[in-house]
Design a protein around this ligand. Structure first.
Ligand SMILES: Nc1ncnc2c1ncn2[C@@H]1O[C@H](COP(=O)(O)OP(=O)(O)OP(=O)(O)O)[C@@H](O)[C@H]1O
Ligand SMILES: [Mg+2]
Length: 477
């Protein structure tokens, strides 16, 4: 690691880093800050917790201090909580120059956001959907002069479900600007972007044999699906007994199950907060605030919390379900073992998940170890957990949780100034496009594979021709 001043950063920024406890730069910062300062576009891929935020925030702030105006930079992120976190980083690092940063995300008052945009903040941090709505519905601001477009978690943003919103946003941006893409996992889109852009972006990817962080201890607990909750509770309980000061994030795949797990833990006397997309935004922010401030040490979340969130006290990640996409696994477990610290990830694996675990292990190139659970202790809590779960399900059904979710979603769409029917049609269209693109991509991969096979065969034929012929064996059996 080198010093920040070696990267070409001004003294005020170096001082500010020092004040935040950052004395030496990380590899992604060393590699990406100088080319960004030089004016190049940049694609940076480095593992979770490696300091990518400062790698783009520092050079943007330096450029802003040289020519301050609003709106100078636009940062896009896939999730709302991440937008707030990045805003915090910009505010702290840019305090000496009085940087004005605004967050524009769904779930919060659109009129207020319109006013915030009209007063020309230096930096706008946004999720694509809400910004696209502002662009379509209000003319109090312009992004025509921005100098920087930053996509944090770029691979996620460039997946197809954000496609139309990004199109709307990109349509209003100037051609002459610097574009910076950052993520812990890359995407085939990055290579196509490199090919199509006229000025070749600077590209840096951290080399490593494994996709996850070296300091992370990765384990699995094998159990039958019908007793998974009891095993999970047992694992959590044991960990908290040994690590009373640690924080734990539990990931599960649906909002309803996050809610059920929360109710089970409450019933078992364990305090926790919940974060998922059907909660109202103030509730989501309040959950995160109590977790970050260590008021509550357990957070149960869906994948809305799997990308980018930086909570240094998190020492354990529990995957209540095995994620379908290996990439999601990498991001989920990356919420611990950040900035050189250690951490543990324990994944609950049932008889139905073995293939998924293999896919994850192939992707990460890391073999998880088995985490032993005390079966007799699990047996002791089995009935209690099963009853709590059943009660939780009944209570949610009484509250019509699924229906409520649909209604909330429709309300949100209407509040965003959209027509829910048109939005549903748009989603169908996006899904169809995604399927088509996927088909084309699969066909392309097949063709590529065939071509490669032919080349390998030809190579083999060539080498065989050049080899001296072996004599046929003359031994008789
Ligand atoms: N040079 C540095 N020295 C020490 N700590 C650093 C340095 N740069 C950043 N950090 C700290 O490391 C932590 C992780 O940084 P950051 O959130 O930017 O990681 P990231 O690479 O964006 O991870 P993710 O892929 O999960 O989003 C933060 O707490 C940040 O303050
Ligand atoms: Mg990040």
């Amino acid at each position: 690691m080198g010093s920040f001043s070696e990267l070409g950063l001004n003294d005020w920024l170096v001082k500010q880093c020092k004040a935040m406890g950052l004395t030496k730069s990380t590899p992604i910062q060393q590699k990406c800050v100088p080319p960004i300062l030089k004016g190049e576009d940049c694609i940076g891929c480095a593992k979770t917790g490696s300091g990518k935020t400062a790698a783009f925030a520092l050079p943007v702030l330096q450029k802003l201090s040289e020519d301050p105006f609003g709106i100078f930079a636009l940062v896009l992120t896939p999730t709302r909580e991440l937008a707030f976190q990045i805003c915090e980083q910009f505010r702290v690092l840019g305090k000496p120059i009085g940087v004005r940063v605004t967050v524009i995300t769904g779930g919060l008052d659109m009129n207020q956001q319109g006013i915030d945009l009209a007063v020309k903040p230096h930096i706008v941090i946004s999720t694509p959907g809400r910004l696209a709505s502002h662009i379509e519905n209000c003319d109090t601001f312009s992004l025509k002069k921005i100098k920087f477009l930053i996509l944090d978690e770029a691979d996620r943003l460039l997946e197809d479900d954000f496609g139309q919103q990004l199109e709307t946003i990109f349509g209003t941006l100037p051609k002459k600007r610097q574009t910076l893409l950052f993520s812990a996992t890359s995407s085939p889109t990055f290579s196509s972007l490199m090919e199509v852009s006229d000025k070749k972006p600077f590209f840096w990817q951290q080399e490593s044999t494994i996709a996850t962080v070296e300091e992370l201890d990765q384990r699995y607990v094998l159990c039958s699906a019908d007793v998974k909750d009891a095993y999970m509770f047992h694992v959590l309980d044991k960990f908290l007994e040994k690590n009373p000061k640690s924080s734990v994030m539990i990931f599960t795949n649906t909002c309803k199950y996050a809610q059920i797990l929360g109710m089970i833990l409450q019933e078992m006397g364990v305090k926790c907060v919940i974060l998922h997309s059907t909660l109202r935004q103030p509730e989501r922010l309040a959950s995160l605030a109590s977790f970050k401030s260590h008021k509550v040490r357990i957070m149960i979340a869906t994948d809305v919390a799997s990308r980018g969130l930086d909570i240094p006290t998190v020492d354990l990640i529990i995957n209540h379900n095995v994620p379908n996409r290996p990439k999601d696994y990498v991001h989920r477990v990356g919420r611990t073992a950040r900035a050189g610290r250690g951490g543990t990830a324990i994944t609950m694996v049932t008889q139905f998940d073995v293939k998924l675990v293999h896919a994850i292990e192939d992707f990460t190139n890391y073999k998880m170890k088995e985490h032993q659970a005390e079966e007799s202790e699990v047996m002791d809590i089995l009935t209690e957990i099963a009853v709590s779960r059943r009660e939780a399900e009944i209570r949610l059904d009484e509250r019509d949780f699924g229906q409520q979710k649909i209604l909330n979603k429709r309300k949100r769409i209407i509040m965003d100034g959209e027509d829910p029917e048109a939005e549903a049609q748009r989603k169908e269209e996006v899904k169809r496009k995604f399927k088509d693109n996927n088909k084309i991509y699969k066909e392309y991969c097949e063709r590529k594979k065939k071509k490669e096979k032919i080349i390998i065969r030809k190579e083999k034929q060539k080498t065989n021709k050049n080899k001296p012929r072996e004599r046929p064996s003359t031994s008789v059996q």
